[in-house]
Design a protein around this ligand. Structure first.
Ligand code: DP6
Length: 327
């Protein structure tokens, strides 16, 4: 058989120190370094088959043929690989998520991480984890963080070579659980890619970026020391800062729904009563409520009591992107 085929799975990640805004949009070099954990229960599975007999790429996501912006984004990404491998060859890509696409859970992260690993192997390129994370970054910034395992730092860097991700601790290090509180599972109003472009229109962005290394160091230390209180304070601050930038961009971006704020207040109330729990929010209305595994069931029941909460998905700390057998 002359086809080159490989399949990979990757988990999305939740950022504790957020990436918001690029210094180089084309290369996706972010304005600040970020820190996240992979989400083990959620994954994208992607099969890539390069076929010398076809003359264009094709993309199926969740059993539906894709055209338009998602297809263009895939094709542009595969162009980078065609150039790297010096093979003028097109691919059939079949991808599936086991979670709602574009619902504030970063599906582009797991999608581009799985795509990168599968495509690189299908083309028989021999790349290190660092190189895979650099490449995944070109497809979606946060995808860079879904390549390594566990708790992951993405060093912003200044160019294609020094902007990459690495693991700071394996999944077994700390039994954190993300209780993903779904309040609305429709596609988001403004994509992250568009949001990154607007970040510098907020007068708060410069301040957020300037202080980001300090927050990252505090967060990293809290993770290493499993210091929940310090962790809680810094990730809530970082999330609130990013949303302050979003809300003060021109035009402003409001990703929260009224219920998002209600949940944030409930979570901070619970913490003031001594329950170790905190929140963080990406570019959508769903709330990522973080606690340790022993508390997750109780937190879920309490979250489900809030009117308007549709569902709570659990996810512990996930591995890095991995190759799996093709079907
Ligand atoms: C709010 O990685 O989705 O989730 O690089 O344009 O694909 P693109 O953006 P993306 O941005 C993620 C933004 C965020 C914060 C984060 O994950 O760090």
């Amino acid at each position: 058989m002359s086809n080159f085929c490989a399949t990979a799975i990757a988990h999305p990640n939740i950022a504790f120190i957020k990436y918001w805004g690029n210094k180089d949009e084309f290369l996706r070099i972010p304005l600040n370094s970020s820190l996240s954990m992979n989400l083990d229960n959620l994954f994208t599975r992607t099969q890539v088959e390069f076929d010398p007999r076809i003359h264009s790429d094709s993309l199926i996501i969740n059993r539906e043929q894709c055209y338009g912006p998602s297809f263009d984004r895939l094709s542009k990404f595969l162009d980078i690989l065609r150039e790297k491998s010096k093979k003028e060859i097109y691919a059939k890509v079949i991808s599936e998520n086991n979670f709602p696409t574009a619902a504030g859970i970063a599906s582009s992260a797991s999608a581009f991480a799985a795509l990168t690993l599968a495509a690189v192997n299908a083309l028989e390129l021999d790349l290190s984890e660092k190189e895979l994370s650099q490449l995944a970054r070109r497809g979606s910034g946060s995808a860079s963080r879904s390549i390594p395992e566990g708790f992951v730092e993405w060093q912003a860097g200044n160019n294609d070579q020094d902007s990459f991700s690495f693991s700071i601790a394996p999944p077994s290090h700390w039994d954190l659980v993300d209780c993903i509180t779904i309040v609305q599972s429709i596609p988001k109003r403004v994509s992250s890619t568009e949001g990154h472009r607007l970040a510098n229109t907020s007068i708060l962005q410069e301040i957020r970026v300037k202080d980001s290394n300090r927050r990252l160091e505090i967060c990293k230390k809290a993770i290493i020391n499993k210091d929940f209180e310090k962790f809680a304070q810094i990730i809530e601050l970082d999330s609130n800062l990013m949303h302050a930038v979003m809300m003060t961009s021109q035009p402003p971006l409001f990703y929260w729904e009224p219920i998002s704020l209600e949940i944030m207040c409930a979570v901070t109330d619970w913490r003031s009563q001594g329950i170790p729990v905190c929140y963080t929010i990406d570019a959508g209305p769903n709330i990522h409520v973080i606690c340790t595994s022993g508390l997750a069931e109780k937190i879920k029941l309490d979250l489900l009591k809030i009117d308007g909460v549709i569902d709570v998905l659990f996810s512990g700390v996930g591995s890095g992107a991995q190759l799996v057998p093709s079907k």
